[in-house]
Design a protein around this ligand. Sequence first.
Ligand code: FUB
Length: 321
Amino acid sequence: MSSEPLVTHIFTADPSAHVFNGRIYVYPSHDIATPIQDNDNGDQYAMTDYHVLSMDAVGSPVTDHGVVLSLEDVPWAGKQLWAPDAAEKNGKFYLFFPARDTEGVFRIGVAVGDKPEGPFKPEEKPIEGSYSIDPASFVDEDGEAYLYFGGIWGGQLQCWTTGKFDKEAYTNMEAQSGPALLPRVAKLSSDMLSFTSPPTELEILDPVTKKPLDSSDHDRRFFEAAWMHKYNGKYYFSYSTGDTHYLAYAVGDSPVGPFTYGGKILEPVQGWTTHHSIVEHDGRWWLFHHDTSMSGKNHLRCVKVREIFYDKEGKIVLTPE
Ligand code: FUB
């Protein structure tokens, strides 16, 4: 189950999985071929639309619902439809997605649909106050909704340390000492179309020193691919460590942190990027992720799924105790 791509007729990546009406829906990036050479900006990830996949259960046939949103339909977006996510609230479905605007700055947009499989109609403008990439939505048990986001290097998070886009910071990628750059979280308005207040940083602390992780700690510090899920009353924030290629997680008592580093979920997969989501279905927990086993190329990825487990202490493990 862990080694087979979910679908083979298109390239898919960055899978955000949710259960809506008892069915598993996956919102992936739709990778496409491009002559652009690999670079640290991620220019080779030149995606232009989104598909939605769904299935009754892991292992059952997967339906591709086709194109649910295209770049040409998003008035503010210039290029690069990167990792999306979706949420449901009050019977409506929301697709959150990053793209570079016409100035080349990554912003996050939202598109609204009546069904989990779309289609989705984009808002005219990106979410005010949004920036960087990899939005992940989380609707808590009390109905409050949050958007987590951010990605360094090509994801431009390092350009926002002053609150304004700093083009010069782009080429620096990240500092090599001092506290690591942090993912962002913002509470969503009740209509899911805006932030109720400016995004804040999500703290990730070392479990022993209780201090923020350092930017030199490439095995543990946040890079991109935020995801939030709740298990046993605790909030699990998971992410990619980017250039060290791990999926890692941190645990907290509140959706806005602070979080304490908890460990690795997955070792590096084939390909430069690693990106995932975690979802419960019928009492079992699933890790959706991607690799490049279908193509051998970093920008032509395929989504896979494997089961995960929790040990007695609530740590995420790949084999049951
Ligand atoms: O798919 C483009 C980018 O690659 C995503 O936004 C990152 O998380 C990485 O998977």
